[in-house]
Write a protein that binds this ligand. Structure first.
Ligand code: ADP
Length: 165
């Protein structure tokens, strides 16, 4: 059985992420989407919220599992016996960073290959930070994230804004 891991911050999950997860699930037997704790990014949503959003957004995908991990991706892939790390590429600007990560992960765990799926043209502009910016400024995010998490994002924005007053 071929297991692939889709890592990311998913803060929050977007339709761009879902597109990559769905396409990975059509290629591999088992896909584990893992919410990584990236200490260099300040998250808007807790790890539990991000996992919950992903679980709801992928509810119909039978070979997709959601998990979270606080350590190294290379250790996680080894632990899960995964042979592939799937990443999405939006634009040339993603490439340098992703290339560096792929080489580092191969050095740390030579058993796992990184595979890149190119974004769908519909989502090439889309990122979690864009969703957060638009939501914080009162814009419509319904075209950017799964419908089942729109209200959760708006609730969080209201909570953040009321803490500012
Ligand atoms: P972001 O860069 O939006 O914070 P993550 O760190 O959660 O996203 O990214 C997880 C994975 O999803 C990465 O491989 C990233 O390149 C990919 N990804 C993010 N947004 C898109 C998109 N719109 N289309 C394709 N892949 C994407």
């Amino acid at each position: 059985m071929k297991t692939a891991v889709c890592p990311g911050s998913f803060d929050p999950v977007t339709l761009g992420h879902i597109d990559i997860i769905r396409r990975a699930a059509a290629i591999f037997d088992h896909v584990i989407v893992v919410v990584m704790n990236n200490t260099s990014k300040t998250a808007m949503f807790t790890q539990e919220e991000r996992v919950d959003f992903l679980k709801r957004a992928t509810a119909g995908m039978t070979n997709v599992e959601i998990d979270s991990y606080g350590g190294l991706l290379a250790d996680y892939t080894q632990m899960k016996n995964a042979s592939v790390i799937v990443k999405g590429l939006r634009a040339l600007s993603d490439f340098e960073y992703e290339f560096q990560m792929a080489l580092t992960n191969r050095k740390l765990n030579p058993q796992a290959e990184t595979a890149f799926l190119t974004t769908s043209t519909d989502y090439m502009y889309l990122s979690s930070s864009l969703v957060k910016q638009v939501a914080m400024l009162g814009g419509d995010i319904r075209d950017f994230v799964p419908a089942c998490i729109v209200d959760d994002i708006l609730r969080k924005v209201r909570q953040i804004n009321s803490n500012k007053i």
